[in-house]
Ligand binder design. Structure first.
Ligand code: FPP
Ligand code: MG
Length: 336
């Protein structure tokens, strides 16, 4: 959207009213209870628009606030955002500092004003390995948690700094400790759920990644594997991702949930080496290797500057040979 439009008197009011209307329409159907967001593409956006990388991250924050507003307007109970990966500590020291300063500045604003949190009754929770943070950053994050702790309408989980592997390692340590303290301590899948950072969150219904990179980058791996969770990858860079595009994803999710009883219209079944498409309706519950994702024929571009620069995991999913797929054979993880 052209920048000049935002300077019109009444623009903010109009936008907020449109979001409310969209929200009320979407609310008439099923709404995901818990959404995860991989907010990728800030630096590519900055480079493409000839602005400082730092400014790209700033715009990423603005985009996040705007997307959260529509989510809470629609009745989403929890949003979990990937604000800083543990892998991001490997970035240049000045970029890490920008991101830490951005967090400090924004969380300070939240503690001082907290308009969005108050307006929507949003409680902030910090998830991740907070022992890796500097004390001044951690202090502000804890203050934001504290000041919003009585807000009951919705929850914003800010993953800062987070990776799934770290979350699972922490869970395993907690479980081992508990099992030495409690006799006959039962360890099953639900035990692991209870030891994850997301233990208080409803099951993940929808995971969205921007910027057309087809990887999960160590985000909510345990949580997103459920057949009830849709994974949507869109080409838009995060700072450009807007409430309109978000609404389209929500409507698509809602439509599939309503008609198929599952948020994915089509499901890829069986061994990943030998994938075949089937409709959810004829998916049998006892099929052990079934997982949900769906076909899309967009070309996939490898991105060196990926979310976490973890080159080992820079591969895209391919049903033939796990290399960069051709346009015809590619599978994007995306709802139908
Ligand atoms: C990924 O884009 C984005 C990040 C590593 C930072 C995400 C943070 C925000 C959107 C701001 C939210 C901040 C707070 C304080 C909650 P990238 O840097 O990997 O960009 P690229 O993929 O284009 O290289
Ligand atoms: Mg990236």
């Amino acid at each position: 959207m052209s920048q000049w439009m935002t300077t019109f008197p009444g623009y903010a009011w109009l936008l907020s009213t449109v979001k409310k209307i969209f929200g009320n329409i979407i609310k008439t159907g099923p709404v995901p209870r818990h959404i995860g967001l991989i907010m990728d593409g800030n630096r590519r956006y900055a480079r493409a628009h000839n602005i400082e990388l730092k400014e790209g991250h700033n715009m990423g924050f603005e985009s996040m606030a705007s997307i959260l507003e529509i989510l809470y307007e629609c009745g989403v109970e929890q949003a979990t955002v990937y604000a800083f990966s543990i892998e991001n500590f490997k970035r240049s020291s000045y970029e890490v500092k920008w991101l830490m300063d951005l967090a400090k500045q924004k969380f300070q604003q939240i503690t001082q004003h907290g308009e969005l949190c108050e307006q929507y009754g949003v409680q902030i929770r910090i998830l991740g390995n907070t022992s890796l943070l500097q004390p001044d950053v951690l202090k502000l994050l804890r203050q934001a948690e504290d000041i919003t702790k009585n807000n009951k309408r919705a929850i914003l989980n800010v993953c800062f700094p987070y990776t799934s592997r770290d979350e699972m390692t922490t869970a395993i340590k907690g479980i081992v400790k508990k099992s030495t303290e409690v006799d006959d301590f039962i360890i099953d899948e639900s035990t692991i759920d209870k030891f994850l950072y997301t233990k208080d969150a409803p099951p993940l219904d929808l995971l969205i990644r921007t910027s057309g990179t087809y990887r999960l980058s160590d985000f909510l791996l345990w949580q997103s594997v459920s057949s009830q969770c849709s994974i949507v990858v869109i080409e838009t860079l995060w700072p450009q991702f807007n409430p309109y595009e978000m609404s389209k994803i929500l409507i698509n999710w809602s439509f599939n949930k309503y008609w198929y009883g599952n948020s994915n219209g089509y499901t890829v079944r069986g061994n990943p080496d030998n994938l075949r498409l089937s409709n959810d309706e004829d998916l049998e519950d006892d099929e052990p290797n079934a997982f949900t994702t769906s076909y899309n024929r967009n070309p996939i571009v490898e991105d060196e500057d990926s979310f976490d620069r973890d080159s080992d995991s820079d591969r895209v999913i391919d049903n033939e040979n796990d290399t960069v797929p051709s346009e015809e054979s590619s599978i994007n993880i995306k709802t139908a």
